[in-house]
Design a protein around this ligand. Structure first.
Ligand code: HEC
Length: 146
């Protein structure tokens, strides 16, 4: 009995080795099947378009603009208090053109570009570059409410 043991163990090792190598082969097609559900993982990069909604822009307008642009005395009848009022524009029409930051009056004035009045007017601090960029991105992404 004791003499058989090495043989049994040896055979078991050989069988075990064969099984594990045939397991490897059998398993081989599986990894190629595993990546195929990858399309499921693709929606992950999508949060990007939702990055800039009006909620991100509103605090900038509330801090720098509503001082002069809300209520019955709003300059140019431009009310920058809410999404609806911003999209409505002023007495000279829309100030936001969804998808077209360069064509939007609000961008021209915060940049002080094309002879437009710089907003907010001195001595108020101008918007910072990141604030301007955020408004540009918001309009570029369609000027969505959220
Ligand atoms: C201190 C008051 C004040 C603040 C603060 C202010 N504005 Fe104005 N805004 C004005 C006045 C006054 C006008 C009228 C235009 C002019 O000066 O000829 C105006 C005009 C505008 C116009 C119309 C420009 C045109 O030529 O049609 C836009 C757009 C505008 N403002 C956006 C903003 C934005 C955006 C902010 C904040 C970043 C802001 N304003 C902050 C006073 C202000």
């Amino acid at each position: 009995m004791k003499q058989l043991l090495p043989f049994v163990v040896g055979a078991a090792l050989i069988i075990g080795a064969c099984q594990s190598s045939s397991d490897d082969q059998a398993a081989a097609p599986e990894p190629s099947q595993t990546p195929s559900p990858a399309p499921k993982a693709e929606p992950a990069p999508e949060p990007a378009p939702a990055a800039t909604g009006f909620a991100a822009v509103q605090p900038i307008l509330l801090k720098n603009c509503v001082l002069c642009h809300t209520g019955p005395d709003a300059k140019e009848k431009i009310d920058l208090n809410t999404y609806a009022s911003v999209m409505k524009g002023g007495e000279h029409g829309a100030i936001v053109v969804p998808g077209d930051p360069e064509g939007s009056m609000i961008v021209k004035v915060i940049r002080g570009a094309q002879g437009a009045k710089k907003m907010p007017p001195a001595p108020n601090d101008p918007l910072t570059e990141p604030e301007i960029q955020l408004i540009v991105d918001w309009i570029k992404e369609g000027a969505k409410e959220s």
